[in-house]
Design a protein around this ligand. Structure first.
Ligand SMILES: Cc1cc2nc3c(=O)[nH]c(=O)nc-3n(C[C@H](O)[C@H](O)[C@H](O)COP(=O)(O)OP(=O)(O)OC[C@H]3O[C@@H](n4cnc5c(N)ncnc54)[C@H](O)[C@@H]3O)c2cc1C
Length: 482
């Protein structure tokens, strides 16, 4: 067992952080999070659900094969096999934690089908409110757990290092007060980077702060160039846009241009259910040509309030009733396949620092994530890491001085908005060398002004270095057809 003097600190209250903290019992954990109430995570917004080969006609091997195809074979094969094999147990564990998944009339788990999956294997809850159900249940378990101390309302903006090892965090509360928390181990479960883009399906807090912190501490990164763009966010003014789940197209909704012509006709054999990057590029091309794209879901039958309550509520809030009118849609930054490089257990290259969930990159998603594999990765990866840390003896803390590695100041709001627009333009669904170079130069010039510029510079560097298209990274200039 580990030394009990210092707690383990987990940063992040999404699926990955919650699963990690729960699995660490009985080792003491401090779970630090920006939100007081568990909101603000991408996990809570997840709509489609969680992939698991549960149908007797399905198999973990088929789930793994689909994951590798989606990832353009850039994936770590062992990690993919681990993910697919562990999925049924992850669903059972979530049920044991109180997540109630939707069932059919016979009482069996309902299995949905999404783009890229060769079988119906998406387990969902509350129709399209899967993530909210998951976070609600896991957060309730965390609040009951005697070994976890939850602290909301804090931004972790620094890492403490002693003798080259991570030895804690520095927090900043809503009044700007700093506090140092020493820890035996620090786990970053801080989510993705979608909110660095001008158009995103992610919450505002998915700003890459954890990734920036890890990089500032010298942790190695991997696959930073691979960002997934979802083709159908609601095209309304704003930065963080409501997502229109792919399941709607699975249920018969169709994309068309301003003239009413089928958008995906002749583009891909799977039409509207082509891979996300293919559809996203087609929508982006229509927009670049000055057009607008619409998703017509008026033909989708059934009980919207039960099947798609999240989409229905979000669209109605913006004045669109999807049962009656076509919805304007746009691509939006959705998921980061890259992140802090970790091994299978979540170790980064910096001793004492671990990463799990979307902020981490263990290679499982390759160059493009298969739909509904990320909550699964967060849950499985979090449990694996939590159990490991609970059972790993740690040496007594060193006696050297503590050093703070800071993420640094944020860009002023106007410059931050300009950076979001720049990334959308240069590092979006379609990329080319000159725009990437120019954007990198802008970020390099801004690097001292704010941490987001330094992070964007690192992302752009990776995008410039990969000169050919692969998965979600599409190089218009040197790209090869998919
Ligand atoms: C709209 C939408 C729909 C999706 N649908 C699905 C789906 O159906 N199935 C699926 O598998 N995936 C889906 N995804 C992707 C999936 O939700 C995410 O990849 C996954 O939830 C990430 O989990 P996480 O725990 O790593 O990060 P998050 O859930 O984003 O949690 C990160 C946490 O870290 C906190 N945090 C961040 N930085 C700091 C800091 N500096 N200090 C303190 N706290 C910090 C945040 O407040 C948050 O609590 C969807 C994503 C979105 C946005």
């Amino acid at each position: 067992m580990r030394h009990a003097q210092l707690p383990i600190v987990v940063v992040g209250g999404g699926a990955a952080g919650l699963a990690t903290a729960l699995a660490m019992a009985p080792a003491p954990v401090r779970l630090l999070c920006r939100a007081h109430d568990g909101r603000g995570s991408a996990s809570a917004l997840a709509q489609g659900g969680i992939a698991a080969a549960l149908d007797p006609r399905d198999s973990a091997a088929a789930h793994a094969a689909d994951t590798l195809i989606a990832g353009a074979q850039h994936n770590d094969v062992a990690m993919v096999q681990w993910l697919a094999a562990g999925a049924p147990a992850a669903i059972a564990w979530l049920q044991a934690q109180g997540v109630v998944f939707d069932r059919d009339a016979q009482g069996c788990l309902q299995l949905g089908r999404e783009g890229g999956h060769s079988a119906a294997r998406i387990v969902h809850a509350g129709g399209d409110a899967s993530g909210a159900a998951l976070v609600h249940a896991l957060r309730a378990r965390v609040q009951e757990a005697a070994h976890v101390q939850w602290r909301g309302g804090v931004d972790v903006d620094g890492l403490l290092l002693r003798e080259g090892c991570v030895a804690g965090v520095r927090t900043r509360d809503e009044r700007g007060r700093h506090e140092r928390i020493e820890a035996s181990t620090v786990v970053l479960a801080t989510g993705g980077i979608g909110a660095l883009y001008a158009r995103t399906s992610n919450p505002p807090g998915a700003d890459g702060a954890g990734l920036a912190l890890g990089l500032a501490a010298g942790a190695a990164a991997r696959d930073l160039e691979f960002v997934q763009f979802h083709p159908t966010a609601l095209d309304v003014p704003g930065h963080c846009l409501p997502l229109i789940t792919e399941a709607l197209r699975g249920a018969g909704a169709r994309l068309h241009d301003g003239g009413g012509h089928a958008l995906m006709a002749g583009v891909h054999p799977l039409g509207d259910l082509a891979p996300r990057d293919v559809v996203a590029r087609r929508v982006a091309a229509e927009q670049a040509a000055g057009g607008r794209v619409w998703l017509d879901a008026t033909g989708v039958d059934g009980d919207w309030a039960r099947r798609f309550p999240t989409v229905l509520a979000a669209c109605c809030a913006h004045g669109f009733d999807p049962r009656r009118v076509a919805l304007p849609v746009t691509p939006a930054a959705h998921f980061h396949m890259g992140g802090l490089a970790t091994d299978a257990d979540g170790r980064t290259s910096v001793p004492g620092l671990y990463a799990v969930g979307e902020v981490a990159c263990n290679g499982v998603h390759g160059a493009n994530r298969l739909a509904s594999n990320s909550l699964l990765e967060g849950v499985l990866g979090g449990r694996r890491l939590g159990e490991l840390l609970a059972n790993t003896p740690v040496p007594a803390p060193g006696s050297g001085p503590l050093r703070v590695v800071e993420r640094g100041e944020s860009l002023p709001p106007a410059q931050l908005a300009a950076l979001h627009a720049l990334l959308w333009q240069a590092a979006g669904p379609v990329r080319e060398a000159r725009a990437l170079r120019d954007a990198w130069r802008v970020c390099a010039a801004l690097a001292e002004a704010g941490w987001q510029a330094r992070l964007a510079k690192a992302l752009l560097r990776a995008m410039r270095l990969r000169r050919h298209s692969l998965g979600a990274h599409w190089r218009q200039d040197r790209g090869c057809p998919r």
